[in-house]
Design a protein around this ligand. Structure first.
Ligand code: SAH
Ligand code: SF4
Ligand code: F3S
Length: 439
């Protein structure tokens, strides 16, 4: 009998990469590769990489350095790099990292099996061409439906926005929306394995369908997904504020299955900086959309992303960001120091702040947010929340799940509740989670 080969994939970066890694496991199963959870002992190691900020990129290169030792051992191990760094560097990566066996870009997943076969024969294949939209849709990698209670479903890929700081359009290519029929089929298949919640995924889901005359817009897609029996909850990420339409806002008032949470990154609270970022909205327009969302769904939880230290950001600009945060009352916020990325427009802007000044701004922003998050979590103490139970939590004897507003709740209960919607009374609040009691 042929012994199965072991495949180890290390995933960096965002949920798109997490999804792509799942696809890679599914594709390589046909070549008799089985997942393993450690690089030592693996026959094939793949790093699925991210280059959104310089730090993310450095992490991948230091991991490559660590893996060099495994390549020197007696056993033959193949090492491949995929994802956004692969897309950016292409064949150059094979020169830069001489012990690398294959490089495949973000549009080349479907070629992975034949590339691995070539690498097994001693070749060093590299493939980082972008595909045209039609071919890409036809080849859209299919994941096998597996269990779990909540799953991500890709609805679109790529990005056409070219925010001046962002490398995503260069490494993921132009926006392409998946066919709604394929999306719905995938979701229906998932429900038959016990999935109760889906998160519709894309770099900019609000522009779903806008380039495809035969497809619905994003609000139309949400309504279709809400019609799938067995799906109890719908989420989506990420939204771009400029593309939030009145019909999408109306979905929050009309669709019970749509969770009361939206991730809506503002990036800055200063119009001068927003313009330099090429974001396409003013802070006032952003706040108007937030107000409309709060009106459509009272109690909606808002989360977002912010960048500090963008080139030219003054203390006044930064204070406007803090005041926008207070005005919105974010439930949670991801915040980053600006990092100049190759090819992007902002990389050539002159930058007058020191590293220390940027760090100090980030610290101030994060302090403000920590206080707001804790206060918001505390305000839930005493309330009864509907929690979709996802699994057992790290604390023994407890289960965990999330509220509609996307807060994590741990509570003691019997594992038979996993996969069900439970009414939980919130009894305590921490910075990153809530503690509850089943009702
Ligand atoms: N498509 C999503 C997410 C993009 S990447 C969106 O548009 O919101 C996730 C976050 O990383 C961004 O929202 C931004 O806050 C941050 N980011 C992207 N490029 C960056 C850069 N060059 N420096 C610092 N932060 C960056
Ligand atoms: Fe990057 Fe802007 Fe596209 Fe988001 S919308 S992926 S921040 S270019
Ligand atoms: Fe990183 Fe690529 Fe996602 S750069 S954030 S893995 S799209």
């Amino acid at each position: 009998m042929n012994h199965a080969k072991k495949l180890y994939i290390e995933t960096f970066g965002c949920q798109m990469n997490v999804n792509d890694s799942e696809t890679m496991f599914a594709l390589l199963k046909d070549l008799e590769y089985e997942p393993t959870d450690s690089p030592s002992g693996a026959d094939l190691i793949i790093l699925n990489t991210c280059c959104i900020r310089a730090k993310a990129e450095q992490k991948v290169y230091s991991e490559l350095g660590r893996l060099k030792g495994l390549k020197r051992g007696d056993r033959r191990v193949l090492l491949g790099v995929g994802g956004c760094i692969a897309q950016q560097e292409g064949e150059k990566l094979l020169k830069r990292v001489p012990y690398l066996d294959l490089v495949f870009g973000t549009h080349s997943l479907h070629l992975l099996p034949e590339m691995v076969r070539a690498a097994e024969q001693g070749e060093r294949p590299s493939q980082t061409d972008f595909l045209d939209p039609e071919t890409r849709l036809d080849l859209f990698p299919r994941k096998e439906a597996e269990g779990g209670v909540t799953r991500f479903v890709t609805v679109m890929q790529g990005c056409d926005n070219f925010c001046s700081y962002c490398i995503v359009p260069y490494v993921r290519g132009r926006e392409v929306s998946r066919r709604s029929g394929d999306i719905l089929r995938e979701i229906r298949e998932m429900t038959s394995t016990g999935v109760r919640e889906v998160t519709l995924l894309g770099q900019n889901v609000n522009s779903y369908g806008l380039k495809s005359p035969d497809e619905p817009d994003f609000a139309g897609l949400l309504r279709m997904v809400a019609g799938v029996d067995g799906i109890e909850r719908i989420r989506f990420t990420t939204s771009h504020p400029k593309d939030i339409s009145p019909s999408l806002i109306a979905c929050f008032a009309e669709l019970d299955k749509l969770c009361g949470h939206i991730h809506l990154p503002a990036q800055s609270g200063s119009d001068r900086i927003l313009a330099r970022m090429n974001r396409g909205y003013s802070w006032r327009e952003y706040l108007e959309k937030i107000a409309a969302l709060k009106q459509a769904r009272p109690g909606i939880q808002i989360t977002g992303d912010m960048i500090v230290g963008f080139p030219g950001e003054s203390e006044e600009d930064f204070l406007q960001t803090l005041s926008l945060m207070e005005e919105v009352g974010y439930a949670d916020l991801f915040s980053f120091i600006f990092s100049a990325r190759p090819e992007t427009a902002a990389a050539s802007l002159s930058d007058s702040l020191t590293r220390r000044e940027k760090q100090e701004r980030l610290d101030r922003l994060q302090r403000l947010q920590r206080g707001m998050t804790l206060e918001r979590n505390r305000s839930l103490v005493g309330s009864i929340q509907q929690v979709l139970v996802e699994g057992t939590s790290r604390q023994g004897g407890q289960l965990f799940g999330r509220t509609g507003g996307n807060r994590v709740v741990n509570f003691p209960a019997d594992p038979s509740l996993i996969g069900t919607m439970a009414a939980v009374r919130i009894v305590d609040a921490f910075p990153n989670s809530l503690l509850g009691e089943p009702q």
